[in-house]
Design a protein around this ligand. Structure first.
Ligand code: ADP
Length: 590
C-alpha cells in the first residue's frame, strides 16, 4: 500500500519538487529540533531564576521562625515584605499544614508533587491549580529540619509572561527558514533543469528513435552526463541500425539459401527458419509437421539430438547424414557461444550419386583397362619368349596392336564423357543440318557397312536443323551406327528419320532391323556406363561400353532425352529429341 502511494507520489511530483520537498522537510525537522531545544533551555533558565527568588523567601521564612522560636504569627508580619499575592505555607514532615496565609484549613499535603520532590531532593517545584482555593500557582517547596516551607506565586499572566521564552529567536529562525526556502528553491531549480533536460531527451529519444536532433545540455556535471548518454545513445542507435541491416541481409540470404536452415535459442525454441528447412524436415520425417521443433522428438534426428543433449561435448559442431523418401540429406548442427544453435539440412542426393558414380567409374575403368593390357602383355610375351614363324609372329603383333586401338578408344570415350559432364561450356552451339551430317557419317563407315551388308536409309528432311554442337551430334550418330555395325548382325537396314517436331524440338528415330535386345531388363540399363548386354562377347567385339553413355550425355547436353525400345519389325530403335535451330538465334549469332 505504502509502495503504491510512494509510486503515485513520485509519479506526480517533478524531480525539482521532490528535491525541494525533501530539503524543506529536512530543514524544518532540523530547525524544529533547534527551536524546541532552545525554548526548553530558556524556560529552564527562567524557572531557575524565579525559583531562586522563591528560595530566598523560603529561607527568610525559616530564619524568621527560628528567630521567634517557631512562632507562626511572625509569618503574618513577614508576608508584608513579600510581593503581593504570594502564598506562604508551612507544612510539617508528615504533610500536615501548620500555616497557610491564603486558606485557613486545608488537608494533608504529603502527596503534593513539590513536597514529595522536596522530601527527596531538598527542593521541589510544580505548576498546578490549587485544590484549596482553585488558583493556579507556581509552587516552590523547601525542606528544613522540622518542616517544609512552601512559597507559591499565582501563575497569572505576569508569571506566565516571565516564564515564556523570548520570541526573538523564533522570529530569527523563521526568517532564516524563509531565506533557506528561497535558496532551496533556486538549487532545486538548477538540479531540476538539468534533470528535466535529461528527461526531455529520453522522451524525445523514445518518440523520434534514431532521428534525434542534437541536444543542448547545460554546462555542468549533469549536462556532461547527459551529453555522454546522448552520444552513447546515438552510437547505440547507429549500431542497432547496422545490426538490423545485417540481420535483414542474413535473413534474406537464409531465405534464398539452397540449404534448409533453422536457428534455435538455447532453450530450443525456434527463432527463425526458411521454407526449405520445413520441406526437408517433412521429407525426412514420416509425419507432416508444421513446427521445426518437432525434430527433437524424431528418431531420424536422434544422433543430432543426443549431440545437443550431451552437456560434456567438447565440439561445437556436429555433422551426420540421414535419408528419407529416397533422398539423402547432410545434417549439420552448429552450437554458438551463447548456447543457441543452428540446424542445417542439405539435400546431397545428387552429390552422393555423383560420388558413387565416380567411385564406380574408377573401379570400372581399372577393370576395363585390365583386359586389353593383359592381352597385349600376353601376345608380346609369347613373341618375345617363343621361337615362331615370321607370319605367326606378325599375327600376334597385329593382335597386340588391335588391343592398343581398343585402349585408345576407351581413353577417348572416357575423355569425352568427362568433358561433357565437367566442362559443358567448352562445347559451342551452332546451326547443324542433320541430313548432311548423317550422309558424311555414312561415307566414313562405307567400308564396314559394305563388308557387313548394311544399308542406311537417311530419311531426315533437308530443312531439319538442330541448335547444337557439331562434334557431339556427330558422336551421337557415330556411336549409334557403330553399334549397329558391331552388334546388329549382317544384312541389316538402318533407318534414320525425323518423325515429329514441336515448337522447340525435332524428334528423331534411329532404328535397325538386326538382332535387337529382346530382354526388357537390358533395355533399361543400356545407357549405363560400361553396361554390356553380353559382357564377354561384346568386350571382345571391341566396344568400350561407353558408347550409349556418351550418346545419352550428348543428348542431355542439348536438353534432349533419349530412350531405347525394340523396333516393330525386330531390331533396336532409339527415339530422341534435339532442340531446333530458330531463326531468331541466327540473328543473335550475327
Ligand atoms: P559399346 O561402346 O561397348 O558398344 P554401348 O554402350 O554402345 O557399348 O552399347 C551397350 C550394349 O548395347 C552393347 O554391349 C550391345 O550389347 C548393346 N547394343 C547396342 N547397340 C545395339 C544394336 N544396335 N543392336 C543390338 N545390341 C546393341
Amino acid at each position: 500500500m505504502s509502495r503504491i502511494m510512494k509510486e503515485a507520489g513520485s509519479l506526480k511530483l517533478t524531480y525539482k519538487q521532490r528535491i525541494f520537498l525533501w530539503f524543506v522537510v529536512m530543514f524544518a525537522a532540523f530547525t524544529t529540533g533547534i527551536v524546541i531545544f532552545e525554548q526548553s533551555r530558556e524556560r529552564q533558565d527562567k524557572t531557575e531564576a524565579l525559583t531562586s527568588r522563591l528560595d530566598v523567601y523560603a529561607d527568610m521564612v525559616d530564619a524568621a521562625l527560628r528567630q521567634h522560636s517557631g512562632d507562626r504569627s511572625t509569618l503574618d508580619s513577614l508576608e508584608t515584605l513579600f510581593p503581593a499575592g504570594i502564598r506562604l505555607t508551612l507544612i510539617d514532615r508528615q504533610g500536615a499544614v501548620l500555616y497557610d496565609n491564603a486558606t485557613p484549613t486545608i488537608e494533608n499535603h504529603a502527596a503534593r508533587p513539590e513536597i514529595v520532590r522536596a522530601l527527596e531532593q531538598g527542593t521541589g517545584t510544580n505548576i498546578r491549580t490549587s485544590a484549596s482555593n482553585s488558583v493556579e500557582y507556581l509552587y516552590y517547596a523547601k525542606r528544613f529540619d522540622d518542616y517544609f516551607v512552601r512559597v507559591s506565586l499565582p501563575y497569572d499572566i505576569r508569571v506566565r509572561h516571565l516564564l515564556k521564552p523570548g520570541g526573538l529567536f523564533l522570529w530569527y529562525v523563521m526568517a532564516l527558514f524563509a531565506v533557506v526556502l528561497l535558496l532551496i528553491n533556486y538549487v532545486a531549480g538548477r538540479f531540476g533543469k538539468s534533470i528535466g533536460q535529461l528527461k526531455d531527451f529520453t522522451l524525445a529519444a523514445q518518440r523520434d528513435g534514431a532521428d534525434l536532433p542534437p541536444f543542448d545540455f547545460p554546462d555542468d556535471e549533469l549536462g556532461e552526463i547527459g551529453a555522454k548518454i546522448s552520444e552513447s545513445y546515438s552510437q547505440l542507435k547507429g549500431s542497432r541500425k547496422k545490426i538490423a541491416l545485417e540481420r535483414e541481409k542474413l535473413l534474406q540470404h537464409v531465405h534464398s539459401s539452397e540449404e534448409g536452415i533453422c536457428f534455435f535459442s538455447a532453450d530450443r525454441s525456434v527463432e527463425f527458419h526458411n521454407g526449405l528447412f520445413m520441406q526437408y524436415l517433412n521429407m525426412l520425417s514420416d509425419r507432416a509437421e508444421g513446427d521445426p521443433g518437432a525434430l527433437f522428438s524424431d528418431p531420424v534426428f536422434g544422433k543430432a539430438v543426443s549431440f545437443l543433449d550431451d552437456v560434456q561435448r567438447s565440439d561445437s559442431y556436429f555433422e551426420t547424414q540421414a535419408a528419407g523418401h529416397g533422398r539423402c540429406f547432410a545434417l549439420r548442427v552448429n552450437v554458438f557461444e551463447d548456447g543457441s544453435f543452428e540446424v542445417v539440412v542439405n539435400d546431397v542426393t545428387a552429390q552422393e550419386k555423383t560420388r558413387r558414380l565416380k567411385q564406380e567409374m574408377t573401379g570400372n575403368i581399372a577393370h576395363e583397362l585390365r583386359t586389353p593390357v593383359t592381352s597385349i602383355r600376353g601376345y608380346l610375351e609369347t613373341v618375345l619368349e617363343q621361337e615362331m614363324a615370321r607370319d605367326r609372329e606378325r599375327l600376334f603383333l597385329q593382335k597386340a596392336y588391335d588391343q592398343t586401338l581398343t585402349l585408345s578408344e576407351l581413353i577417348r570415350d572416357m575423355g569425352l564423357i568427362t568433358k561433357i559432364e565437367e566442362a559443358p561450356h567448352s562445347f559451342s552451339l551452332e546451326a547443324v543440318p542433320i541430313r548432311p551430317l548423317v550422309e558424311s557419317l555414312v561415307g566414313e563407315f562405307e567400308p564396314q557397312l559394305r563388308e557387313r551388308g548394311i544399308v542406311v536409309e537417311n530419311n531426315v528432311p533437308d530443312d531439319v536443323v538442330v541448335n547444337g554442337n557439331r562434334n557431339l551430334l556427330c558422336s551421337v550418330f557415330r556411336n549409334l551406327t557403330d553399334n549397329v555395325v558391331r552388334y546388329a548382325g549382317e544384312n541389316v537396314t538402318i533407318r534414320i528419320g525425323q518423325y515429329n517436331e514441336d515448337g522447340g524440338f525435332h524428334y528423331f528415330s534411329f532404328s535397325d532391323n538386326g538382332i535387337g535386345i529382346p530382354d526388357q531388363h537390358h533395355l533399361t540399363r543400356l545407357f549405363e556406363r560400361f553396361y554390356r548386354v553380353n559382357q564377354g562377347r561384346t568386350r571382345d567385339s571391341g566396344g568400350s561400353g561407353l558408347g550409349l553413355s556418351i550418346v545419352r550425355n550428348a543428348v542431355a547436353f542439348h536438353r534432349g532425352t533419349i530412350a531405347a525400345k525394340n523396333a516393330a519389325g525386330g531390331g533396336l530403335e532409339f527415339l530422341f529429341k534435339l532442340p531446333k535451330w530458330q531463326e531468331s538465334q541466327a540473328v543473335e549469332g550475327e
